[in-house]
Design a protein around this ligand. Structure first.
Ligand SMILES: NC(=O)C1=CN([C@@H]2O[C@H](COP(=O)(O)OP(=O)(O)OC[C@H]3O[C@@H](n4cnc5c(N)ncnc54)[C@H](O)[C@@H]3O)[C@@H](O)[C@H]2O)C=CC1
Ligand SMILES: O=C(O)[C@H]1O[C@H](OP(=O)(O)OP(=O)(O)OC[C@H]2O[C@@H](n3ccc(=O)[nH]c3=O)[C@H](O)[C@@H]2O)[C@H](O)[C@@H](O)[C@@H]1O
Length: 437
């Protein structure tokens, strides 16, 4: 099939590449000229495991091409995916200007029947709005489908190629048939394509993300309570997670959820509630608890150093909002580092992939190390913000030799308490007892 993808961020790029992988002729459109040039030269503009192999293969096969021209995009695809940003607006709602702006332009350019697919995460009612905006510009027949994306950064290719489910919100038989045909190669494992109305599909996406954010937040609160009463959240997590009704995943406490989606999507659903005369009390609490959780290590760090961080030096390991990505959007590390800098501390950072993005944001206010050990030379404490595998089994002797004090504040519970105690570290983590030497 001929496919166009408008917007080549995470979702657009993965969607386009994976659809080319199953033999479709895919044209990806982006307004960012530099990005398009880079992609035309065969360079993947983001770090995402396994994407480069598929990307290269499909470009070579001529199935994956790039352009800045929306006109070309509208003429090329029988199915046109909108994978455009829906960032948080000032009032917490999803900013639909990219999606509706593109819809209007598509309306002006459309010459024959097309299926326009909302891949972006959008509030209930957006498919209707997109339909209206296009219909205002053209007499040509078209259908609008809601097809939310559930991929996770770091596992995006696998999630797209082997999805647990595909949700299609459509009230047109013709469009539904085309979408089912397009996705057929991805459901060979027996996972379902769930067809529903557009509004339910739109809400499914917000409900899924908000539920997962709530699950994490609940565990963060349990972790905080564990510290008050002397319980160990790792044990509680294991005890709970073996109940299949609860499940083992997304129960890991830490320094709050971040990323480009959970924070904005929880707020957008909360705001959607307000707009429809419904108060999501639970989401209100989730937003507040997560805001506090992001900087929960700070009072501990301050208290350890008797309230004076001026001139103290810290190593920060992990800057991305989670491992296996270079994405720093809403990364807890950012909030912690901003506050440490404000209090006069010096920081040396290391992350396997996110250093260039952090450099763009923090410039020379930070020192950038070439590896995890270099970051710890002469520091008063190590702060861990992301659970990259490389941080999980460090050489503790080397760390002790490098650091001016053996002190670790761990926002991701990477180490076994007995081991760090044995190694002679002061160790503060989340929801577990503090090891004080
Ligand atoms: N990042 C993720 O893991 C996931 C994101 N989503 C949703 O997918 C949507 C897109 O998210 P990301 O891919 O992260 O976005 P992104 O912000 O990484 O990329 C968006 C791309 O669209 C381009 N763009 C902006 N305006 C354009 C226009 N008028 N024409 C052509 N290109 C244009 C930008 O240059 C950029 O390359 C959002 O609604 C997001 O909530 C859904 C599931 C996963
Ligand atoms: O809509 C989206 O953009 C995507 O949002 C999330 O994917 P992603 O943001 O890539 O990352 P997750 O693995 O879900 O992690 C999100 C945040 O939660 C945190 N988290 C996750 C799991 C956990 O147990 N504890 C925890 O604190 C992570 O550190 C991270 O900051 C969802 O998992 C995807 O299904 C969804 O498509």
């Amino acid at each position: 099939m001929k496919i166009s993808v408008i917007g080549t961020g995470y979702v657009g790029l993965v969607t386009g590449t994976c659809l080319a992988e199953t033999g479709n002729d895919v044209l990806c459109i982006d307004i960012n000229k530099d990005k398009v040039k880079q992609m035309q030269e065969g360079v993947v503009p983001i770090y995402e495991p396994h994407l480069d192999v598929l990307f290269e293969r499909n470009i070579k096969a001529g199935r994956l091409t790039f352009s800045t021209s929306l006109e070309e995009g509208v003429s090329h695809g029988d199915i046109i995916f909108l994978a455009l940003p829906t960032p948080e607006d000032e009032d917490g709602s999803a900013d639909l200007s990219y999606v509706l702006g593109a819809a209007k332009d598509i309306g002006k350019l459309i010459k024959d029947y097309k299926v326009i697919v909302d891949k972006s995460t959008v509030p209930v009612g957006t498919a209707d709005k997109v339909t209206q905006v296009i219909a205002n510009e053209t007499q040509v027949a078209f259908d609008v489908v809601s097809n939310p994306e559930f991929l996770r950064e770091g596992f995006a290719v696998d999630d797209f190629l082997k999805p647990e489910r595909i949700v299609i919100g459509s009230s047109s038989e013709k469009a539904t048939e085309l979408m089912e045909r397009l996705y057929k190669p991805f459901v060979r494992s027996g996972n379902p394509i769930i067809v529903m109305d557009e509004k339910s599909a739109e809400l499914t996406k917000y409900a899924a993300n908000s539920f997962l954010a709530t699950k994490i937040t609940f565990m963060n609160e349990i972790a905080n309570f564990c510290e008050k009463v002397g319980a160990d959240v790792d044990m509680v997590r294991r005890g709970m997670g073996t109940d299949s009704r609860i499940g083992k995943r997304f129960l890991f406490p830490g320094i709050g959820y971040g990323g480009s989606c959970f924070p904005k999507d929880v707020k957008a659903l909360h705001k959607s509630g307000k707009d429809n005369n419904y108060t999501f009390d639970i989401l209100n609490a989730v937003i507040q608890v997560n805001d506090t959780q992001k900087t929960i290590l700070l009072p501990r760090i301050e208290s350890y150093f008797d309230g004076d961080l001026k001139g103290k030096t810290f190593a920060v390991w992990g800057l991305a909002f989670k491992p296996e990505t270079d994405d720093i959007r809403e990364a807890p590390a950012i909030y912690i580092m901003e506050q440490l800098l404000e209090k006069g501390a010096n920081i040396t950072v290391f992350d396997p992939e996110a250093m260039p993005n952090i450099k763009k944001r923090f410039g020379n206010t930070l020192t950038y190390a070439n590896n995890m050990y270099e970051a710890t030379k002469g520091v008063d404490a190590l702060v861990i913000c992301t659970e990259w595998s490389i941080f999980r089994t460090p050489d503790f002797d080397k760390l002790k030799a490098n650091m001016s004090q053996p002190v670790i504040f761990d926002g991701r519970n990477l180490y076994d308490l007995k081991e760090v105690e044995h190694q002679g570290f002061y160790y503060s983590s989340i929801g577990r007892k503090t090891i004080a030497q």
